[in-house]
Design a protein around this ligand. Sequence first.
Ligand SMILES: *Cc1c(COP(=O)(O)O)cnc(C)c1O
Length: 379
Amino acid sequence: MKELGAMRVPLVDLGAQYESIREDLLAAVTRVCDSQRYILGPEVELAEQELAKRLSATHAIGVSSGTDALLVSLMALGVRPGDEVVTSTYSFFASAGSIARLGATPVFVDIDLATFNLDPESVKAAITPKTKVIMPVHLFGLAAPIDPILEAAAEVGIPVLEDACQAVGARYREKQVGTLGALGCISFFPSKALSAFGDGGLVVTNDDELAARVRRLRTHGAESKYCHSEIGGNFRLDAMQAAILRVKAPHLPHWLDQRRQNAARYTRLFEEADVVTFGVELPVEPEDHWHTYHQYVIKAPRRDELRKHLEAHDVGTAVYYPVPLHRQECFAHLGYAAGSLPRAEATAETALALPMYPELTEEQQTHVVETMAQYLRMS
Ligand SMILES: *Cc1c(COP(=O)(O)O)cnc(C)c1O
């Protein structure tokens, strides 16, 4: 058996990106410190204007995290106790947590096996007279099947809120995700494709009234200082994070191109190594979609053993997600039995995220693929 060379391939490497723009970032941080304006103010306003333009939205509202973007958007759509919100069971916890925190009920639907995104037929079947919002999640950087979801929502006259936290810059038919429904939410968590140096998020919308309401809710529902027309929270984006995002955002198109190139290279290398014959499935990019590969997620039989082998050869991996949301302990009272959303449950057993970031090198990717091929051939 061929000896694999020693090489470390982390799941994400934020250092490489930092080094490439360090001077600009430090200058931006210094500018904020010198200005002594830390909460909202001109830095946040400029970031919002620039991001709105970049994401082709009329309005962009900086908020404290992707989770708070979802929470404040649901509040702006008037979601209340007793309401139902239809969403994917296969997502990060915040998608469902934000719904439950408002006293509403998340109604979980199953996913499509090839795309990991929620299945539109299941969405239609989940709509009841109590459904207030449909919340598709654009998972791993790939737009969810938005056309049938928008159609289903329009039929019953309810809004669509996009959880685009993992999909900044992703497109469907040349349109930016986040602007397809009533509101879109983006996360700037450090591992996301466009990230802050801490927590941060964004709400985008083309609706003037919803934008005004999100802005109001972001500062405790204050119409003007100390006059509260409704109850909101502190959901503000820091000036420091806004300044960092202003440095990084112009690089986003290039970073996303690099992610796409790396994904294409993985796929080519995996095809050359013939991993498909061992039952491995590679990510897909359906027609009309522009995948940003926030994650490159494969499906593999005996996933946990493969993962151990990769880790032993210094290849970082992650499982997104080991437990679908409908099977989380905190949602046990909703009564979803094991096997009730079988495609998501099966995917939770086989999905494996491989190292993915713009600066990933061909040598590193070759190491990942060879390490995996070695395991598959010997097991
Ligand atoms: C990251 C993420 C969130 C939450 O974002 P935070 O900024 O970490 O609060 C919400 N939904 C999805 C799908 C995410 O991946």
